[in-house]
Design a protein around this ligand. Structure first.
Ligand code: GTP
Ligand code: SPV
Ligand code: MN
Length: 595
């Protein structure tokens, strides 16, 4: 398959450890994928869906204890604890290898080990990188085929002497007490064991393209970010690109594929999707920041996805898609989830596998689909996929947008004063937790740049890297903004309609980038004059709009000073590794708020 000695040596070592019955190289050829799909259907690992209504679509159910990322079992094993930093779990590397080797010993006995070579990025781009994942799961192979460019194409790009990220995955017996997702940034190595859920096992995604790649980016002068990439086309046909970082299940896929409101569509505005989750960013020859999407598919949240909220995502799932932990409509073997429509199937199988009357079950408050149920869909299925999706150079970025789920505090949108302040805005982001990770949902926590669970080194050094990149970019740096689609009123209702109407905010952002519109200077940055956000055709009154854009200095001061959740306390844990620029910005914010 390959003459690359580094690959062959590593493979022999791993085989000796996990002791598989067979080894199968994944070529990427359709015939092989079809065979594997057949086998998975035979063993029950996958369920065939209605091939007329959903051609090429299959269903997979994970273990009940294995439905989300496990942040408390995720480790960054740098040589010293300080390199991993205070917000990452850490084990000394040799200790981690020793502990895990015991778990992996014979973990593939009686099983087949699939060797999955894959590219993050497009074939031949100097920005792309190769990984090889060893796995005992057909589900992983079939998902990797959607999410990456997989098979011989990757070995070809690797060549006889290329380096690659070494990924070892064994679902073993899916024992949650011995589940580990472990990264060795110095060795470009990832070891994942005892899980079969997406983010824990599709090792090209969060493990490589964010945790390992963020460490590579720091060493090599680029950035790996938890960001969607979209293009906004104006009526003149000019396209401007935006990157946006929101925490897991906070609206990246939705924003990346948004459909503009009718009145803007009629004027000729369009949105194009380049990526929905991860950006690799570099400074181009022109000195601007360029972004590329290293993935080939979407691993999207199903609940809440409907024709109304995200038509393009729904369309993307109509063929060659794998659904995980949604509900099945047994009448016609199609899928259903909360928010798809108001008609839960009567003859349903809920995500855990019980047959239920879906109407009664949901009426009693039961959830047919797991809140973190997902679809894995090829990006090429997306009706609004950008013509630049496979451009090996990526796209030039005009604006970076941070955002979170904040019922209070953060306004609909504001702009930072400059890159340094923008870095501070990203570093101090907070958001309510979601079902994308195991643990409590709805608790506000700091999630800097939406990278809390994904940074592969010390978060303080990562902020330093952001500041470095800003210095290199100088006046060509993208402008940095913060948005919040999730502000709630006293009755717990979202105040902003969100989804397609977020386009109204994007237009303000792009106008600011081109100095076409004014703004109000506040303690936290520039906020729109309410009349500058176009609310034509929206059922929203001027008072609500005011409210959405109000900065309450008292609430903000609490956000700075709260001894448990405040920015000050958060920064303190980084000690003198905190860049002085961040301390400066904090002092400035505090002074502004007290004015
Ligand atoms: P990951 O794949 O976990 O990284 O999530 P994501 O950031 O791509 O989030 P996604 O777009 O899948 O949205 C998650 C949930 O938020 C879904 O249930 C959406 O329906 C909901 N959502 C997305 N955008 C909006 C919005 O503008 N307003 C409101 N109220 N809800 C939204
Ligand atoms: C996220 O949790 O941010 C995801 C899904 O995009 S996972 O691949 O599980 O990380
Ligand atoms: Mn994500």
């Amino acid at each position: 398959m390959t003459k690359n000695q580094k690959v062959l040596t590593w493979l022999e070592e791993m085989k000796a450890l996990v002791k598989p019955e067979n080894v199968v190289w994944i070529t990427g050829e359709q015939a092989q994928l079809d065979e594997l799909t057949k086998e998975a259907v035979k063993t029950g690992e996958m369920i065939e869906l209605n091939q007329e209504k959903l051609p090429g679509c299959y269903y997979h159910r994970t273990a009940e204890n294995d439905v989300a990322r496990v942040e408390d079992r995720t480790f960054i094993c740098t040589p010293t604890r300080e390199e991993a930093g205070p917000i990452n779990n850490w084990i000394e590397p040799s200790e981690a290898y020793a502990m895990l080797s015991k778990l992996y010993d014979g973990s593939m006995k009686g099983r087949t080990m699939y060797v999955v070579p894959y590219i993050m990025g497009v074939y031949g781009s100097p920005f792309s990188k190769v990984g090889i994942e060893l796995t005992d799961s057909i589900y992983v192979v079939l998902n990797m085929n959607i999410m990456t460019r997989m098979g011989n194409i990757a070995l070809d790009m690797l060549g006889d002497d290329g380096d690659f990220v070494k990924c070892l995955h064994s679902k073993k017996d899916v024992n949650p007490d011995e589940r580990y997702i472990v990264h060795f940034p110095q060795d470009n190595t990832i070891w994942s064991i005892n899980s079969a859920y997406g983010g824990n096992v599709l090792l090209g995604k969060k493990c490589f393209a964010l945790r390992i790649a963020s460490a590579m980016g720091k060493r090599e002068g680029w950035m790996a970010e938890h960001m969607l990439i979209l293009g906004v086309e104006n009526p003149k046909g000019e396209v401007k690109y935006i990157c946006a970082a929101f925490p897991s299940a906070c609206g990246k896929t939705n924003l990346a594929m948004l459909i503009p409101p009718e009145y803007l569509k009629n004027k000729g505005y369009k949105v194009w999707t380049v990526g929905d989750d991860i950006s690799w960013l570099r400074i181009g020859e022109d000195g601007r920041l360029w972004a590329m999407n290293p993935e080939a598919g979407f691993f999207g949240v199903a609940p809440g996805t409907s024709e109304k909220t995200n038509f393009n995502a729904l369309e993307s799932t109509k063929k060659n898609t794998i659904f995980t932990n949604v509900a099945i409509n047994n009448d016609d073997m199609t899928v259903w989830w909360e928010g798809l429509d108001k008609n839960p199937p009567e003859n349903a199988t809920e995500w855990k596998g019980s047959k239920v009357n879906g109407k009664e079950y949901t009426a009693e408050g039961g959830k047919l689909a797991h809140p973190n149920s997902r679809f894995t869909a090829p990006a090429k299925n997306c009706p609004c996929i950008s013509s630049e999706f496979e451009n090996p150079k990526g796209v030039p970025i005009s604006a970076i947008v941070f955002g979170g789920r904040r019922a209070k505090c953060a306004p609909l949108v504001y702009q930072s004063r400059d890159w340094q302040h923008g870095t501070f805005v990203g570093a101090t982001m907070a958001s309510e937790t979601t079902a994308a990770a195991a643990g409590a949902v709805g608790v506000v926590r700091r999630d800097p740049m939406a990278m809390k669970p994904f940074v592969g080194y010390n978060m303080a050094d990562y902020w330093g890297h952001w500041l470095e990149m800003g210095k290199k970019l100088g006046d060509k740096a993208p402008k940095i903004f913060h948005v919040n689609w999730f502000r709630k009123d006293e009755n717990d209702n979202f105040m902003w309609p969100g989804f397609g109407d977020n386009m109204r905010v994007l237009l303000w952002i792009l106008d600011r980038c081109e100095n076409k519109v004014g703004a109000k200077e506040t303690a936290i940055g520039y906020v729109p004059n309410p009349s500058d956000i176009d609310i034509e055709g929206l059922d929203i009154d001027a008072k609500t709009m005011e409210e959405l854009l109000t900065i309450d200095n008292k609430t903000w001061l609490e956000d700075v000073e709260d001894p448990n959740t405040g920015i000050k306390a958060y920064f303190a844990q980084f000690g003198d590794r905190l860049p002085k620029e961040m301390a400066e910005e904090l002092a400035k914010l505090e002074a502004n708020l007290k004015k």
